[in-house]
Design a protein around this ligand. Structure first.
Ligand code: ADP
Ligand code: MG
Length: 282
C-alpha cells in the first residue's frame, strides 16, 4: 500500500525518523488551509484550517450545515474551492479534478448512482476505478465503459473478489446493487472506493441507515485498513461512534474549525459544547 515509504525505510533506516524527505517525512498527509467555499450568497466553508495525521482515524463533526460535506467536496475535487489551499502529501492539489486526486491516493466514497443500481455488485466493482473520474463525467461515459470492461483482464477481477471478500459481500456479487440493503450498499460504496488502493479515504456518514451488525463490520474493516497503513477522515453524527473509534476529532461550526484534538478534550471544550453538543454532554 505505502510502497515508497517502506522502500525508503529499508534502504536507509536512519531516514525513518524523517530526514527532510518532503514526501515521507513527519508531514501530515492532508493539510487544509484557509479553505473557503461560497455558493452565491451562502458561505458554506469559511476559512477552515486543519490537518489529518498519517495512519489516524480522524473524525470531522459539527451540526447540520456546518460545512463538512462541502469541505469533503472541496478536498476531493467535486467542488472547486473559492479560496484557500488543499495539500496532499505535501503537494498542492487545490482545484484538481477528482480522478487526478484519486490517482494520487485520496478518495471519498460516492453514493451508488442510479445507473449503477441496475448493475450487479460485481459490475459495480469492475467499474469502480473509472468511477473515480467523478460523477458527472462518469455518467457521460458510462455506456462506453461498460462494454470496455466486459473483456477486462483477470487481474482486475481478482482484485474485485479480494475486495468483496474483505467486506464480506462476495455472496452478493450477482445481486443488483439496487436490491441491496442500506448497510450492504455502504459496504459496496467503501469497497468501490478502496479499489484504487488509496492512502487517504474520506467517509461522509458511512454508517447512516446501517444496522448495528453491519455497522460493527464496517468499523472493523476501517480499523483493519488503518492498521495496514490507510488514513481515514470520517464525518459521523453519532458521538459514541466518534468517541469509541477516533483518536482525533475536528469540530466544524458555521464553516470554520472550532476545535481540534483528542475526542475527550474536544467534548470538554466550552465552545464546542455551546455550539454543537448543547445539553447532551454528561
Ligand atoms: P454539513 O455536511 O456539515 O451538514 P454542508 O457542507 O452540506 O454541511 O452545507 C453547508 C452549507 O452550505 C449549508 O448551508 C448548505 O445549505 C450549503 N450548501 C451546501 N452545498 C450547496 C450547494 N451545492 N449549493 C448551495 N448551497 C449549498
Ligand atoms: Mg453533510
Amino acid at each position: 500500500m505505502n510502497d515508497t515509504a517502506d522502500a525508503d525505510a529499508a534502504a536507509d533506516p536512519r531516514d525513518a525518523d524523517g530526514g527532510g524527505d518532503a514526501a515521507s517525512g513527519g508531514q501530515p498527509p492532508l493539510e487544509v488551509e484557509n479553505l473557503r467555499k461560497t455558493f452565491g450568497g451562502i458561505t458554506a466553508v469559511d476559512g477552515a484550517t486543519f490537518s489529518v495525521e498519517e495512519g489516524t482515524l480522524t473524525g470531522l463533526i459539527g451540526p447540520n450545515g456546518a460545512g463538512k460535506s462541502t469541505t469533503f467536496n472541496c478536498i476531493t475535487g467535486v467542488h472547486e474551492p473559492t479560496a484557500g489551499a488543499v495539500r496532499f502529501q505535501g503537494e498542492d492539489i487545490t482545484g484538481l479534478e477528482t480522478h487526478d486526486i484519486a490517482n494520487r491516493g485520496l478518495v471519498r466514497t460516492f453514493q451508488i448512482a442510479r445507473e449503477l443500481e441496475e448493475m450487479t455488485v460485481l459490475e459495480n466493482m469492475m467499474l469502480a476505478p473509472q468511477g473515480q473520474l467523478g460523477e458527472r463525467f462518469f455518467h457521460s461515459v458510462l455506456p462506453g465503459l461498460r462494454s470496455r470492461v466486459v473483456g477486462e483482464e483477470e487481474e482486475l477481477l481478482e482484485q474485485v473478489w479480494q475486495q468483496l471478500e474483505f467486506f464480506e459481500i462476495d455472496h452478493l456479487a450477482e445481486e443488483y446493487a439496487g436490491n441491496l440493503s442500506g448497510g450492504q450498499r455502504k459496504l459496496l460504496e467503501m469497497a468501490r472506493a478502496l479499489m484504487t488502493d488509496p492512502e487517504l479515504v474520506l467517509l461522509d456518514e458511512p454508517l447512516a441507515g446501517v444496522n448495528p451488525t453491519l455497522e460493527e463490520k464496517l468499523l472493523d474493516r476501517i480499523h483493519e485498513l488503518r492498521e495496514r497503513g490507510n488514513t481515514f477522515l470520517l464525518v459521523e453524527h453519532d458521538m459514541d461512534v466518534i468517541m469509541n473509534n477516533c483518536e482525533r476529532v475536528i469540530v466544524m461550526h458555521q464553516g470554520q474549525v472550532l476545535a481540534e484534538g483528542p475526542p475527550e478534550a474536544v467534548t470538554e471544550n466550552e465552545q464546542v459544547i455551546e455550539a454543537y453538543l448543547g445539553g447532551d454532554v454528561e
